[in-house]
Design a protein around this ligand. Structure first.
Ligand SMILES: O=C(O)CCC(=O)C(=O)O
Ligand SMILES: [Fe+2]
Length: 160
């Protein structure tokens, strides 16, 4: 699901509406933007963004995402190395990143619930992906407080 602008996976492009039902992408709640901007200013590595896209991905326990670069934002955004800010909720995922699409050469780190990962500047075009989601790793307090189903939610904030 996309907030702000619609992200169409088929054409790998952004637009105002969702092709499958013509609906406008819902606006990004200010509270969401604030979390992403606060994380970015706390990291203090990259320029601040005014996010106009938030892509929300849900991974089941068998969910994966192949190594890819995020390069469908505007040339200006990419050339400036404007960061994309990723927030993980729920089950832990193994995140891979590297200079090439080669999985064997990628560095792997765990992204746990609550972790924020920011790719910006020179790291903006790193190849990255999710190799697997680790079953039953959602913090107990979060499961109890929200009834979150198994799996992982990832929010990425970008400025097109
Ligand atoms: O799920 C993640 O941590 C990464 C998501 C991602 O790479 C993307 O949405 O482009
Ligand atoms: Fe990505």
């Amino acid at each position: 699901m996309s907030l702000g602008k619609n992200w169409d996976l088929t054409t790998r492009s952004y637009g105002p509406t969702r092709p499958f039902d013509g609906a406008q992408a819902p606006t990004i709640p200010d509270a969401f933007k604030m979390i992403a901007q606060t994380a970015n200013s706390t990291a203090n590595e990259f320029p601040q963004i005014n996010p106009d896209v938030c892509i929300v991905n849900y991974y089941t326990n068998s969910g994966k995402l192949g190594l890819h670069q995020d390069k469908d934002e505007s040339k200006s955004s990419i050339n400036q190395g404007l960061p994309f800010i990723s927030i993980s909720i729920g089950d832990t995922a193994e995140f891979m990143f590297g200079d090439t699409r080669d999985k064997g050469k990628a560095t792997k780190i765990d992204l746990e619930s609550g972790d924020v990962l920011i790719l910006g500047g020179e790291s903006r075009l790193l190849f990255h992906g999710i190799s697997h989601v680790k079953t039953n790793t959602t913090p107990t307090w979060l499961k109890e407080a929200t009834g979150l189903r198994p799996g992982r939610i990832n929010l990425t904030f970008r400025q097109y």
